[in-house]
Design a protein around this ligand. Structure first.
Ligand code: CA
Length: 228
């Protein structure tokens, strides 16, 4: 079955270009020109991926990404943010909303397709079957749930994979490049900084439950997950 992609973009020429390119590649493409329309669509069907424009009239893409992440039905749907902003701080902000990746306008169709495929490859290659448990935390891949005591922790798909990977390899140090290969797949477009942003977000989400300190920075090398 073809993967479905929901495009949320208010600029007609860009939306039409995306519809054309993605349909040609065999994706099942759906479209919305506002967050309201996207929400209406999602109540009927959950797409396999959302391409979300940052600047939208009314509710912004950033706010919508956050609400998608906090909703049980959509929190595991991969999001790629389309942004006109190239500044480093904005890239970080895009990932900070829980988006899995971002692409800066103007972008080439080739680059966008590479990123979309990388996201789908990650989802497909996952062999997350085992429920993992460490003191204070239970990670269930069948439901993508992370439970700390009686609380659910909302994580984006990337954060979930990152945590799952760490817990599967406790005390082992991984470089950013290794984490990129393991979690993101071999995608030449993803910068090493992306790892730092996702780690920071994961720590923040685990922080509420005092588990952020388990993810340790190993200076000039990378990160490890420690149970100590
Ligand atoms: Ca726009």
């Amino acid at each position: 079955m073809n993967e479905s992609i929901l495009i949320v973009e208010d600029e007609d020429p860009i939306r039409e270009m995306l519809i054309y390119s993605l349909t040609k590649e065999g994706f099942k493409v759906e479209q919305a020109d506002s967050v309201k329309q996207a929400k209406d669509f999602i109540t009927h069907r959950i797409p396999d991926l959302i391409l979300l424009d940052w600047m939208l009239p009314g509710v912004s893409g950033v706010d919508f990404a956050r609400s998608l992440r906090s909703d049980l039905l959509t929190r595991t749907v991969p999001i790629i943010m389309l942004t006109a902003k190239g500044a480093e701080a904005d890239k970080v902000k895009a990932l900070d909303t829980g988006a899995d990746d971002y692409i800066t306008k103007p972008f080439s169709t080739k680059e966008l397709l590479a990123r979309i495929r990388a996201v789908f490859r990650r989802t497909a290659s996952e062999d997350l079957t085992q429920v993992l448990e460490i003191p204070g935390l239970l990670v269930d891949p069948s439901t993508c749930q992370v439970i700390a005591g009686k609380n659910n922790i909302n994580l984006s798909p990337t954060e979930f994979r990152l945590l799952y990977f760490f817990i599967s390899h406790p005390e082992k140090v991984f470089s950013r490049t290794q984490l990129l290969d393991k979690i993101w797949g071999e995608n030449i477009y993803v910068e090493e900084r992306t790892v730092d942003v996702h780690i920071r977000r994961l720590r923040k989400n685990l922080g509420t439950f005092g588990l952020d300190k388990n993810i340790q920075t190993v200076r000039s090398f990378g990160y490890k997950f420690s149970l100590k």
